[in-house]
Design a binder for this molecule. Sequence first.
Ligand SMILES: [Zn+2]
Length: 201
Amino acid sequence: MSDMTSDTDSDNSELKLFDDSTVQAEPFQIEVIRSKKRRRTVSAQMHGDVLRVSIPSWMSKSEEATNVAEMVRRFKRKIATQEVDLTDRARILAKRYSLRIPDSIEWAENLTSVWGLCTPSTKTIRMSTRLIGFPSWVLDYVIVHELAHLHVSGHGPDFWEITRRYDKTERAIGYLIAKSGDTDDNTDKTDTDTAHETELS
Ligand SMILES: [Zn+2]
């Protein structure tokens, strides 16, 4: 069972099937549960192929639609992230470009201002779920960029020498700049002692 909850509430729920056929064209069915006890939070859980969305009973139909759409978007993204094996991808790229293999590489929902984040001290990498849907060669660039930080902490010439072992680096940087709506030609600006970011800008 998969769970997404923004807060915990006890439930005194009445079950209602969501009967909008266009919504049911989603990869899973949707049930909306209106709860009298639920004051403000919306939560969703996957039960088999049914997404069960719990909302406060006072919500209007349009608020219901907005919240259901948001939960559907989140779960679709969750499904999409499960289709990309980051660990496997990082291993392949590390081997190809003679780079270290991270201890872990995972998707992160809360990386909103950066594309990727490497913490060299723990050899961990986090990848923004905003990359979902981008071409695989762009995703590969961000992985290579973060892998390179396992070797070099800053963004100096030695760092770029490693990163440019990946031949689509320049192209991918251009793609990410276009996506972030920034004219800065450097994808990265910030470095601290503990973490390295591929900035969203
Ligand atoms: Zn960086």
